[in-house]
Design a protein around this ligand. Structure first.
Ligand SMILES: NC(=O)c1ccc[n+]([C@@H]2O[C@H](COP(=O)([O-])OP(=O)(O)OC[C@H]3O[C@@H](n4cnc5c(N)ncnc54)[C@H](O)[C@@H]3O)[C@@H](O)[C@H]2O)c1
Length: 322
C-alpha cells in the first residue's frame, strides 16, 4: 500500500507515519511545509527506513501536490497538515484559512484530477461542534457545526469542502473528528506540554479563567490506530468521532502535572480567559467502535505519567517558537 501523509512532521503525523511503517506499508510519503510546528527530528527514526520519503512542500501549492500524486499512485491519503493552535488563530486567523481551507481544497482537487481512486482520510477535530454544556449528551456525528474559534471554523469549512467533493465528484473521503490528543513530541504551546515545561522551569503555569473547562483526552497512539481503522473500514462520505469518553477538568490535569513533576503548587496561576473559550467537549464514539472495531487502550493517568516522563527526558529538545 502506498500512502501519503500531509503534516507528517507534526505531532500526530509523526506517530501515524511510524505506525504505518510498522504495520507494513510499502511506501509512506510525508508532505510537510515544516512550519514552526513541524520538525524533521520528529521523523528521524522513520527516515532511516527506505520506505519513508520526505517532501518539503506546502499543501496549498497545487503544482507540487499534483506532481506528487502523479509520481506516486497513492492508495490512501491521510490529511493532517494544518495550522492547529487556537490561541494563534485568535491572534490572526489568516494562515488558518489559507492552510486549513485552501490547503484542503488544493488536496481534494489534486486527488480529483490525478488519483480519484485514492481513499482520503480527512483529519478534522471535535472543536467544529463548538461548546457543550456540562450535563449535555456528547456530540454525535449528526450534531450541528458551531465552531467558536477561527481555528475551529477553518476546520469546519474544510469538512464542508470534503462533503461537497464526495457528493459532487464521488471522491472516496472519510472524515474523523477527534478529541484532545496528548503524548510525546507534542509542540509545547499545547496545554499538557506547556504545563510540563513551565513546571520543569519553575515558571508560572497559566490556567485560563477558572480552570473548570472540561476536555476529553486521548493518547496520540490511540488516535492513530483509529485513523488506520477508519481508513480501512470507514464508509465513503461518513464522519467518525474519535474519543475515549475520558473527560478531565483542566485544573485537575494541571494539579496532576504539578505532582508528577514535583513542582510547587504555588506556580499555578489563573489568567484571563481566552475569548469564546468552549467550556466542554465530549464525543459519542459508538459509531467508530461498532463499525470499525476500534477501542482505545491507553488509560489517561498512565499515559499522562509516561508523557510527562518523555518531556522531562527531552526537555532541551522541545522549544517554543513565538
Ligand atoms: N492535536 C490535537 O489534539 C488534535 C485533535 C483533533 C484533530 N487534530 C487535527 O490533527 C491534525 C494534526 O494535528 P497536530 O496536533 O499534529 O498538529 P501540529 O501543529 O503538531 O502539526 C501540523 C503539521 O502540519 C504542517 N503544516 C502546517 N501548515 C502546512 C502547510 N501549509 N503545508 C504543509 N504542511 C503544513 C506543520 O509543519 C506540522 O508538521 C490537524 O489537522 C488537527 O486539526 C488535532
Amino acid at each position: 500500500m502506498k500512502i501519503l501523509v500531509t503534516g507528517g512532521a507534526g505531532f500526530i503525523g509523526n506517530h501515524l507515519v511510524r505506525m504505518l511503517l510498522r504495520e507494513g506499508a510499502d511506501q509512506v510519503v510525508v508532505l510537510d511545509a515544516l512550519t514552526y510546528a513541524g520538525s524533521l527530528s520528529n521523523l528521524s527514526d522513520c527516515m532511516e527506513d527506505s520506505r519513508c520519503v520526505f517532501v518539503h512542500a506546502d499543501v496549498t501549492d497545487g503544482h507540487r501536490v499534483t506532481d506528487l500524486l502523479k509520481t506516486y499512485a497513492f492508495d490512501v491519503v491521510y490529511h493532517l497538515a494544518a495550522e492547529t493552535h487556537v490561541d494563534r488563530s485568535i491572534a490572526s486567523g489568516r494562515d488558518f484559512v489559507h492552510t486549513n481551507v485552501v490547503g484542503t481544497f488544493t488536496l481534494l482537487e489534486a486527488i480529483r484530477t490525478e488519483r480519484p481512486s485514492a481513499r482520503m482520510v480527512h483529519v478534522s477535530t471535535d472543536e467544529v461542534y463548538g461548546a457543550l454544556a456540562v450535563g449535555d449528551l456528547p456530540f454525535t456525528e449528526h450534531s450541528p457545526l458551531r465552531p467558536s474559534s477561527p481555528y475551529a471554523a477553518s476546520k469546519a469549512a474544510a469538512d464542508m469542502l470534503v462533503h461537497a467533493h464526495v457528493t459532487t465528484y464521488g471522491l472516496d473521503v472519510v472524515v474523523t473528528r477527534c478529541c484532545n490528543n496528548y503524548g510525546p513530541m507534542q509542540y509545547p504551546e499545547k496545554f499538557i506540554p506547556l504545563m510540563v515545561k513551565q513546571a520543569l522551569a519553575g515558571q508560572p503555569l497559566p490556567v485560563y479563567g477558572d480552570g473548570q473547562q472540561r476536555r476529553e483526552w486521548i493518547h496520540v497512539t490511540d488516535h492513530c490506530k483509529a485513523l488506520i481503522a477508519v481508513a480501512g473500514k470507514g464508509k465513503t462520505g461518513d464522519v467518525y468521532n474519535i474519543g475515549t469518553g475520558h473527560e478531565e477538568v483542566n485544573i485537575d490535569v494541571v494539579e496532576r502535572i504539578v505532582q508528577l513533576t514535583q513542582a510547587s503548587p504555588s506556580l499555578i496561576t489563573m489568567v484571563q480567559d481566552r475569548p469564546a473559550h468552549d467550556v466542554r467537549y465530549a464525543l459519542d464514539t459508538g459509531k467508530l467502535r461498532s463499525t470499525c472495531g476500534w477501542t482505545p487502550v491507553v488509560e489517561f493517568n498512565a499515559g499522562l505519567a509516561d508523557c510527562v516522563t518523555w518531556f522531562v527526558e527531552n526537555n532541551e529538545r522541545t522549544r517554543v517558537v513565538h
